[in-house]
Design a protein around this ligand. Sequence first.
Ligand code: SIN
Length: 507
Amino acid sequence: MTDHTETDVLVVGSGIAGLASALAAAREGADVTVATKATRPEGASSWWAQGGIAIARDDPEQFKADILEASSDTADPDAVDVLVENANEAVEDVLLETLDVEFDTNGQSGFDFGREAAHSSNRILHVDASTGKHIHVPFLNYLDSHDDVTIRDDTAALELIRHEGRVHGAVLESDGDFEPTYAGAVVLATGGIGDLYPRTTNPAGSTGDGIAMAALAGADVTDMEYVQFHPTVCVANDSPFLVSEAVRGEGAVLRNGDGERFMPDYHEDAELAPRDVVARAVKTERDATGEVTLDVSPLDFAGEFPDLVEKCEDHGVDYEDGIPVAPAEHFLCGGIDVDEHGRASLDRLYAVGECARTGVHGANRLASTSLLEGLVWGLRAGEDAAGKDVDVIEAPELLERDPELPERFAEEKFHRLRRVMDEYVGLERDPDDLGRAMAVLRRLKGEVDAYTRTRTSRSLYELRAASVTALLIARQAAENEESVGCHHLVEEASADGGQAPEPRADD
Ligand code: SIN
């Protein structure tokens, strides 16, 4: 363990939410450290965002209504107000004026606002279908050259430093060295949990680190059962990639293995039905007919989505034959419980972005609201987190003896964890299976805990984070007896080999 460092605000994670927190705290005069496991921009989920960032335009009320409807009225209306009322200004201030992001335009009428499922109008700013990287890279560059912000990449936060309900910093690991970093406030912005499932749109390393650290420190974590699966992830080979909902927004249709378009039988909005409805329909049709493809022939795919065309080519997919798709884990709607300023239930602890549960998404998230939520809450949390004293207290002692894990230990445990999450805590859940999942995950967590008593390494702590987070998801799923949004319960699913029930027209 090396001595220690101090910073006014410690931000953990480098996606749009973390960067917005850093920017806002620095604007308040704070000295900010951003610690991120990522070694390249691609290490943050924000980089991968395709569809875009929705704004309120001149109709915040309708935007709010769409968010509430997509969540089956489970979103918190006050949190949604914070989002829609701050959307235009945050985008204008940070993305347009500070970072100069060049969103697509359509000639005289200004921005080329796109539309995705469950949006009642065109309100999504985008750059082709690779909006994330066009925001994330300039944001990183801007903060990299900011005098008051230090970005430490390849640096993991392993444990929060806490005393009597207040957080004072975190123990960071870099290059095998452990260093307590004391801060006036800690902002967790560690992103999603995609690594808990075999197929995901998240980058590697999305192991729920912030959620686990917060939960282990005693912070409230809620709505964890609401794991959103994206319906259209290209599965032509072993490296799946997202095919944005924007493609369906422009007219692409889904066909089953018999070549039939099926979505109109499931929902009146067909391909633009809420995401969970489309994802379950895709799974059902794949199970019944062998495959589902996205037919892009109704639109000028090459003209409108050149970057997706390139991706198809890179992956050897001939999109003219239809793109083979399946659902994949995409976004966690729940997380660390926070208020309208990103404050968690422990003093001086904040959470923003996907690891936070603001209440905006409820049981299901409206497309293209995640970058916006990260931006709005990031700014609010960063502003609030600045200006607090740094107290140097005793840090948890991390054991450095026996640092090596048995060969393939983490790999094998991750494999087991992902299989359990996929089979029992996936798109459709059987209450009995959730009980089984908890039993397996508890055992697995016990095995991992036994190792953390004598060893400290990043991979072990990632595995610990994954096991804590997976157990939270399974437990909260088991406690929620109501099928709503992303939490879909089926009866007797495992007894008949996992068959989904017949879909209803209004499903
Ligand atoms: C997409 O482009 O389909 C993803 C957008 C989102 O998840 O918000």
